[in-house]
Design a binder for this molecule. Sequence first.
Ligand SMILES: Nc1ncnc2c1ncn2[C@@H]1O[C@H](COP(=O)(O)OP(=O)(O)O)[C@@H](O)[C@H]1O
Ligand SMILES: [Mg+2]
Length: 612
Amino acid sequence: MQEIKQLPPHVVNKIAAGEVVERPASMVKELVENAIDAGADRVDVVLREGGTAEVRVVDNGCGISPDQLLLAVTSHATSKIQSDDDLFDVSTLGFRGEALASIGSVAHLKLRSRVATSDAGAELQVDGGTMGTVTPTAAAVGTTVSVSDLFFNTPVRRKFLRTIRTELGHCTETLTRLALAHPQIHFSLTHDDRLLHDLPPVPELRDRIAHFFGQPLAEGLLEISSQEGDILVTGYVAHPQNSRSHTKMQYLLLGGRFIRDRSLQHALSEAYRGLLLRGRYPICFLQIEMPTDQVDVNVHPTKLEVRFRDGQRLYRQMLSALRTRFLKANLNATLAPLESAPHFTKQTASLPLSTASGSRDGMPNRAIPVNLHERGNPSSAAQDTSGESEADHAAFSASAFSDATRNDVAHTAGHPVNTEQLATVPAIQVMDRYLIAESDNAVIVMDQHALHESILYEKLRKKILSGPLDRQPLLVPEPVDLSADEAAALLDQRETLSQLGIEIEPFGGETVLLTGLPSLLAKQNRGKLLQSLAAQLASPGGTAERRDLLDELLHMVACKAAIKAGDVLATEEIQVLIAQRTESKTSHHCPHGRPTTLVLTREDLDRQFLRT
Ligand SMILES: Nc1ncnc2c1ncn2[C@@H]1O[C@H](COP(=O)(O)OP(=O)(O)O)[C@@H](O)[C@H]1O
Ligand SMILES: [Mg+2]
């Protein structure tokens, strides 16, 4: 082993730069944060070549006096904290005192600044860690920091930079986060002499959201406001109709910074459980305010992650704030406006519903006896909108549920149809899969499968909460062969399965003995049923929590038992469904998160027909 030596400062800075300066966007973040900490209310960001050639940030903050310039670019020199105690009471964005020193070690850094009490400013240049001298210069009050030729002296890291477009994208995202967190500050972003964003101060976060993501998204947001003790959560979440395939649009803002927090992201997903399809993620813009001593921001070099003193408490508050808000909201989806249709002209405007009348040869619906649970003909099966794979269906041979569901429908058939929400004009079935009804001021289109599924799910859930489902012991217990991990995963969940009326016992080796089934599943292909359950449980990230598992199982059962797309319904069956829909609280979405109902309001129609 070689002798141990203290590293020289320029090496230390380069190491620190590895953590703080990853790409041009990192500099945008550090420099803009410095400007905000300096009390600026105007910050202009100017980029060249995606920031790889130059990142320049101009602010009108308090400035740096000439005698402090050298310290500003020295590592571990900061004006923001004095002692280690301050570390747990951080009210500024920066405090580590390493950003300027790090940037100066891997680029050309030019600092020009003037404080209000002085007539002249001063500037200082640092080139790849080599400090220049402070020289007087003319300058406006505030600070301009220019960083050029990032990584000119670390060619290896320069190679990691992506295309100009990608780097510009990261810079824009960085500025978006900062601008959302500070609506009261005027920001601008210019790239290669083109002004990309000009953001005058606005009173409301929502105005900033509208600027970056468009008015329609901003208008559809649901406002959140929750205070519990000294923790305040305010801002907006999107209607489930607006979701993304990624979590990038989950803006969590804490103390003026954008943060990422897995636990809070999980709270979000929990709140949207059953409202979004698998693989879709909510959009949110939430501000969290809490006393500074409740959170440790010194756990991540760029402070992207923080540690909460009581993360559980924040988790619960966020979850309950969102859930409460959803209960008050109208979560029905609306039909997409026609303006977005590619060839919209006055002559060719085609109403999305126009096919409804043509496709059913004038008959509102055929009163043919229906087998609710046979799949439609092959072509309708192929277009099945329910989104599950054939394998899923095979595992739960759908016909097994027919009796239970039939009874379900029959029981309610005698009840009067509640006409509070839907007009007395009976609903009609179109294309063997959608129901159309009229309400006070709108046309309502329902997906018969999704709707029935959501109703069944709610019913089953209620039933399970009041005790296990009715079970039926098997006269001859059935051995089911599984893989070792599947058998283990299944046996681990014996109790939960038993709540559903599914009884199993170990049978040695990789075989599990099925001894009882809920009556609902009596006619299933039992082996396949258990195998598909086990496979799901054993899959990575499989449902570990008991509640999740129960929920998953209920989803499965509800889905298999529900009327399918392609099932022709009799008039009274439609009426029963509609009546049940009125009674149900959650029928706006099926348990997989698909909307069950689309609403086309009279205003929408008037607009489409150019009446307004
Ligand atoms: N735009 C600015 N306006 C005024 N002062 C600044 C500005 N940028 C940096 N400074 C000063 O330089 C110091 C070092 O900045 P930096 O290296 O980013 O560390 P930190 O922000 O963690 O303190 C800051 O503490 C601040 O006093
Ligand atoms: Mg800083």
